[in-house]
Design a protein around this ligand. Structure first.
Ligand SMILES: [Zn+2]
Ligand SMILES: [Zn+2]
Length: 230
């Protein structure tokens, strides 16, 4: 009995050790599993981040795709507009072609041949004729101008005092005065000449002397009335 008890004690003890070992083993396995789980979680997190990034990129691509589509639509509209214009122009060309055909048919019916060279020659002749008339007119205008200038020049020659070249006029200083010799000079020139030879005037053209008094001008030297009234 004592032996058996000892045996049990012994086996109990060894069983306890075995269980403790097993527990240790289980603890180790649990730790390993925990570690593995943590690794998995970390991997999952990485994958999640990656997925988020991918989604973001996809969003950007989608936006780009929408914009591209809009551009494409615009280009399509422009192309459509161009096509419509081309169609319109083609219609115009058609109309003009038919008009030209009708015109040519009409011309051949009338017995006249539509010849652009004949028309061109006609226009050229008309042009040169017009140029001739223009030259003639210019010539006539020039002649008229010359005649007018000559007339004005002549007028100037006899209406100017030959000493000072001022125009005679019905004013005190510009009055034309006839000298004893018959020459005419303006009154301001008479006064200047009289200052050189007091009481008389020597004609600047022929040195013939005339009497003169500043106070009684009209008595000694007559006004040249015909010059004033021309
Ligand atoms: Zn004179
Ligand atoms: Zn004068």
């Amino acid at each position: 009995m004592q032996r058996l008890c000892k045996f049990f004690k012994k086996t109990g003890k060894s069983k306890k050790f075995a269980l403790e070992d097993e527990l240790d083993q289980l603890k180790l396995e649990t730790d390993a599993l925990r570690q593995s789980l943590a690794d998995e979680r970390s991997k999952n997190l990485d994958l999640h981040t990656h997925l988020e990034n991918e989604r973001e990129a996809q969003g950007v691509y989608r936006l780009q795709a929408i914009q591209e589509n809009e551009k494409l639509e615009k280009l399509r509209m422009i192309q459509k507009h161009r096509d419509e214009k081309i169609t319109e122009l083609e219609k115009d060309i058609d109309v003009n072609k038919r008009r030209l055909e009708a015109f040519e048919a009409h011309a051949s019916n009338c017995g006249t041949v539509f010849d652009s060279n004949v028309l061109k020659q006609f226009l050229k002749d008309e042009g040169s004729q017009r140029e001739k008339y223009r030259m003639k007119m210019m010539k006539a205008r020039k002649m008229l101008q010359k005649a007018q200038e000559k007339e004005e020049g002549d007028q100037k020659a006899w209406s100017l005092c030959e000493v000072c070249a001022f125009q005679f006029a019905d004013t005190e200083e510009q009055t034309p005065r006839v000298l004893a010799c018959g020459h005419t000079v303006c009154q301001s020139c008479v006064v200047k000449l009289a200052a050189q030879t007091p009481g008389e005037i020597k004609c600047p053209f022929d040195r013939v002397s005339s009497n003169w008094s500043d106070q009684e001008k009209d008595i000694y030297l007559q006004k040249n009335l015909s010059l004033l009234h021309m």
